[in-house]
Design a protein around this ligand. Structure first.
Ligand code: SAM
Ligand code: SF4
Length: 335
């Protein structure tokens, strides 16, 4: 293996998140505007380019690969890519191949994903109420997602539900969601809404439900034990002693998790973002396309980008202003 990727703050980069499309079959209100303009196809990395790029990262020490989007499973031919990545699992270079999905296409793809060596997936679901689901996703249908979750579990995939905490929207579903996940043996992680992209008329400060407040509410019904488990990201976990269930909290706005950050993100156009909360990016598509026969310039470009990884993010809601507001959409970097 080549020299591993270490950033200027001595953080080893072992986790790559790749957005394989900016498109989606939903239009979640906190993520996209109703009328999104998507990129022309020629801007996107081809499946072969995605393979070359990810394989280079694996050679440089990346051990965990998470595929995201947009909705990764609406990208045409995406199973070819998953199948290609499974060779790195077989060689042992890659420890985990996983994805974050809205679940809409899982009925179709769950078995194929399992066959490619995917063991765990994150499925995003903010409500168990059909009408509210239609409202929050604009285009989504809850029964289709539930069928997707059924298919994933049937295929033997371990499912974690990701729920964006939205004030006045799913506060009343806190315990129903916990109970539902417990009944299906699924982990559950709540995400604080982040200031990403222009999403039309939604008021983000109105949407913001602090997970600190949520923890307090959970504590009124359950005995909570903090778990030491860390993923190098913004998630913190507790165990509910009464049920044994694990609950995660992703709180980029109220906690600083940057010192242990082990990840970088690639967009579907081959830009590398070394911090979710900063605008800094570098282009990896140019060296990828300019040198089809050698990965050396690409490797150099990756090292140069990692050398610029910032120390941390600047998100801040504390003064009731959107400090550190990002102009790009979450679907661009894939969350
Ligand atoms: N389409 C897939 C999905 O929904 O799981 C993958 C991409 S989506 C951008 C990844 C995650 O980001 C989802 O769990 C979604 O709920 C979350 N997300 C999107 N916009 C967000 C925002 N503004 N704040 C917090 N989480 C957000
Ligand atoms: Fe699509 Fe996921 Fe964004 Fe919802 S959160 S619009 S499902 S990319």
């Amino acid at each position: 293996m080549s020299q591993p990727l270490i950033d200027p703050f001595e953080r080893a980069i072992s986790y790559l998140r790749v957005s394989v499309t900016d498109r989606c079959d939903f239009r979640c209100v906190y993520c996209m505007s109703e009328n999104m303009t998507f990129l022309p196809k020629k801007e996107l990395l081809t499946l072969e380019e995605l393979d070359r790029l990810c394989s280079t990262f694996v050679r440089l020490g990346v051990q965990k690969l998470r595929i995201t989007g947009g909705e990764p499973l609406v990208r045409r031919g995406i199973m070819t890519y998953f199948d290609a990545m499974s060779r790195h699992l077989e060689s042992g270079a890659l420890k985990e191949l996983t994805l974050t999905t809205n679940g809409s296409q899982l009925e179709k793809y769950a078995d194929d994903l399992a066959a490619c060596g995917v063991k765990r997936i994150n499925i995003s679901l903010d409500t168990l109420d059909e009408a509210k689901f239609a409202e929050i996703t604009r285009w989504g249908r809850l029964p289709q997602v539930i069928k997707g979750i059924d298919a994933a579990q049937k295929a033997g995939l371990r499912v974690k539900i990701n729920t964006v905490a939205l004030k006045g929207f799913n506060e009343d579903e806190l315990f129903p969601l916990i109970d539902w996940c417990a009944s299906r043996d699924m982990d559950l992680t709540f995400i604080e809404v982040m200031p990403m992209g222009d999403i039309g008329n939604e008021n983000r400060l109105g949407q913001y439900w602090s997970l600190k407040d949520m923890r307090k509410t959970i504590g009124e019904r359950f005995t909570m034990t903090d778990l030491a488990e860390r993923t190098g990201g913004p998630a913190r976990y507790i165990r509910l002693e009464e049920t044994g269930q694990k609950i995660g909290f992703i709180t980029p706005l109220t906690h600083n998790f940057c010192e242990s950050c082990n990840r970088v993100r690639i967009t579907c156009t081959g830009e590398i973002y070394t911090c979710l909360g900063q605008e800094g990016k570098s282009d990896l598509r140019a060296p990828l396309r300019a040198y089809p026969d050698t990965d050396f310039p690409l490797e150099e470009a990756i090292r140069a980008a990692i050398a610029l990884k910032p120390k941390g993010h600047d998100f801040d809601y504390s003064r009731q202003e959107l400090g550190g507001q990002m102009t790009r959409h979450m679907s661009h970097t894939g969350g």
